[in-house]
Design a protein. Structure first.
Lengths: 176, 506
């Protein structure tokens, strides 16, 4: 690679990634549009506040759109998402954490709090790069046991029950 | 109420140390976890409080309530996860202090501001109860619209670095806050068809998502949450850090006093709560500060203001409950249920029929605060060491445990998914500098603002001039205008001075 092309890559990377800056305004705009459609037929008391807030939000997003558009036109930014996804090394762990949280929420009603938390913790710690299984299982056990102790045994919340809770309630002879 | 009566009350409450101490410890544990509001914990513990004598039940509930309010600031400072809405403003300066290696000092400030703020307002309430009980009658929907606007102006303050981004975040939060049924006709608005959103966006999942999950997703980029210098300070944390925190408390004693009264006055209004009080106290502290530009960078005043107000609310909330029989908040409502079960009817007659209970509530609160400072202060040194845990361990624990906590308040699995959605929104906002606190302020204060506004407009049959119809309201409007104009005037004066100095140099 020549020095000039190196400089050009460096300059390109130094530019602001405007694409990432547009995500929140895009989400907010999409929600505002949905909101306006949803409340169209309501009485004024029900929609006055929302219309006012939504209108200001749309104006602010429009101004931000113009500002970012001008930045693009002047060559000060580019439509990238690097600032949102980077650094690249952390991306797999981050995606794994989100994925495991979704799996945890889905599995919770079937497996119950203690077992699901134990399994999700073990998988999440592994995804974070913890190699030692002994350490991993010990931490996962402590977290799951503490959660059982606090949420189920002490405070008696209606957390989903699974095989572990069932066995423990039999052993401890409790209704929960 | 005589001095002898008061002395007897204090002696009786100190004798209940065996009830107060466990309640404080439990309150701290559940207060650290977002999702465990004091009212939830008290509801879960109703079988216990209904079984024991009323004095013990009262001492237990009061101590747990106050400890819960205090503990919300601990995770806000250490890992940027407010334990409750009232501690959200604490993250603004508490977490930057931790990053600078001043976690111990920040924790001490949180504890002392909470305890002294709570104690001062409790004693003030004891002395001024007849007058304070009337105050709730003067603060009606018109005045509360302006109080809400005080809190909302914090969005503009937070947005100072990038005004447009901050305002977009704030108004996005406000619009999210409109989700749910309206206050007049109960028609659902923008609920995406989910019944779980008919009551509006639940605060706990929003809080957990915007702060805890988003922060966990960001923190894994670094090995530790503190800088190398901060780590070195945390490793060598000594008792000197606590003494330094106490020194800072003494230095800012006046701020603790006046922000506690902000909490007390806001707490007296039924429905208003710690979130509003702490945001308003933070905004006002910044406004009257000699160095407002330092707020948000990790300064003691930014921790003291929200924490003192947050605990100033605790006694305020109980004023309308005891004096008028109108619960000042959901926790007060649970306490009322327990007292009614024991045959005590809340309201003005309580002071004549059962003065030992009516005044005993506040004496119990004062005693709980005294016990609390001795219990929690020595722990600051050890708590501050949490920042030494690597993020690869911390992040999974934070995400999974807080997702579980999101379930607790309403017991809907939906709330866990909602927390994750807010987590992703919060992560995007953090990475692109759209302030998550501004979004949260909108989500918390938006529905309250709408409620008071619509109520006021309904009274006037849609005539907006009602907002300027009361003397107290107009005074508040003038103060609000001053709040907005003063920073602009200061900025103009500073730039003029700078220009003058530059001209002089040339």
């Amino acid at each position: 690679m020549t020095k000039e092309s190196n400089n050009s890559v460096g300059a390109d990377q130094a530019k602001a990634s405007i694409g990432a800056d547009l995500v929140i305004p895009a989400l907010a705009l999409a929600f505002a549009v949905y909101f306006f459609i949803d409340i169209a037929g309501l009485a004024w008391e029900a929609k006055a506040n929302g219309v006012l807030i939504g209108a200001v939000l749309v104006v602010l997003i429009a101004i931000q759109g113009v500002r970012l558009g001008l930045q693009l036109a002047r060559g000060e930014g580019r439509l990238g998402f690097e600032s949102l996804l980077g650094p690249r090394e952390a991306l797999p762990a981050r995606l794994a954490l989100v994925g495991l949280t979704i799996a945890f929420i889905v599995a919770l009603p079937w497996l119950g709090l203690t077992l699901t938390l134990f399994l999700a913790m073990a998988a999440a710690l592994r995804a974070m790069g913890l190699k030692s299984w002994n350490k991993n299982l010990l931490i996962s056990f402590i977290v799951a046991a503490s959660a059982w102790g606090l949420f189920i045994a002490l405070l008696e919340t209606d957390m989903p029950h699974g095989p572990v809770e069932f066995v423990l309630s039999k052993i401890l002879n409790t209704s929960r | 109420m005589t001095w002898d009566f008061l002395a007897g009350q204090f002696a009786q409450q100190f004798g209940l140390w065996w009830v107060i101490w466990p309640a404080i410890l439990l309150g701290i544990v559940v207060g650290i976890l977002p999702g465990f509001s004091p009212q939830n914990t008290l509801i879960m513990l109703l079988p216990l409080t209904l079984r024991v004598p009323v004095e013990q039940a009262l001492a237990f509930m009061i101590a747990l309530y106050c400890a819960n309010h205090l503990a919300g600031g601990i995770p806000a400072i250490l890992v940027r996860i407010p334990g409750s809405g009232g501690a959200a403003a604490t993250t603004l300066d508490g977490y930057p202090m931790t990053k600078k290696g001043q976690a111990q000092q920040a924790l001490v400030l949180c504890f002392t501001a909470s305890v002294f703020g709570g104690l001062i307002t409790t004693l003030a309430t004891l002395a001024l109860l007849p007058w304070l009980s009337k105050m709730g009658l003067y603060l009606r929907s018109v005045e509360m619209v302006v109080v809400m606007l005080f809190g909302l102006t914090l969005i503009a303050v937070i947005a100072a670095k990038d005004f447009l981004k901050g305002m977009i975040a704030g108004f996005f939060g406000l619009l999210l806050g409109v989700i749910g049924t309206d206050h007049i006709y109960n028609t659902p608005r923008a609920t995406f068809g989910f019944l779980e959103l008919y009551d509006g966006v639940p605060i706990v999942p929003a809080l957990i998502g915007l702060f805890a999950i988003s922060e966990a997703l960001v923190m894994i980029e670094e090995k530790m949450i503190v800088t190398e210098e901060g780590r070195a300070k945390a490793v060598s944390a000594q008792w000197a850090g606590i003494i330094d925190g106490l020194r800072l408390t003494v230095k800012h004693w006046w701020q603790i006093v006046w922000t506690a009264f902000v909490g007390l006055f806001i707490g007296i209004v039924p429905g208003a709560g710690a979130s509003i009080a702490s945001f308003v106290a933070y905004q006002q502290s910044r406004l009257w500060s000699k160095h407002p530009e330092k707020f948000g960078t990790g300064i003691p005043e930014g921790v003291i203001a929200p924490e003192s107000a947050n605990n100033g609310v605790t006694s305020g909330t109980l004023v309308p409950t005891l004096a008028l029989g109108v619960p000042g908040g959901s926790t007060a409502a649970v306490m009322m249920i327990v007292l009614q079960y024991h045959g005590l009817v809340m309201g003005p007659r309580l002071f004549a029929t059962n003065p030992e209970v009516a005044y005993g509530v506040f004496v119990s609160m004062a005693v709980a605060y005294i016990f609390m400072i001795f219990t929690i202060l020595p722990l600051a040194r050890y708590m501050s060491r949490i920042v030494l845990i690597e993020t690869s361990y911390l992040a999974p624990v934070i995400v999974l445990v807080t997702v579980v906590a999101a379930f607790v308040e309403r017991q809907y699995a939906f709330d866990m998914a909602l927390a994750l959605v807010f987590g992703v929104i919060g992560y995007i906002a953090q990475k692109t500098n759209y302030h998550v606190t501004a979004i949260l302020i909108g989500v918390i204060l938006g529905p309250l603002f709408e409620e008071y506004l619509v109520r006021a407009l309904r009274l006037s049959e849609g005539d907006p001039s009602i907002l300027f119809s009361s003397t107290l309201g107009n005074v508040l409007w003038a103060l609000l205008a001053l709040s907005l104009l003063l920073p602009a005037w200061r900025g103009w004066r500073r730039s003029k001075q700078a220009a003058g100095e530059q001209f002089g140099n040339e």
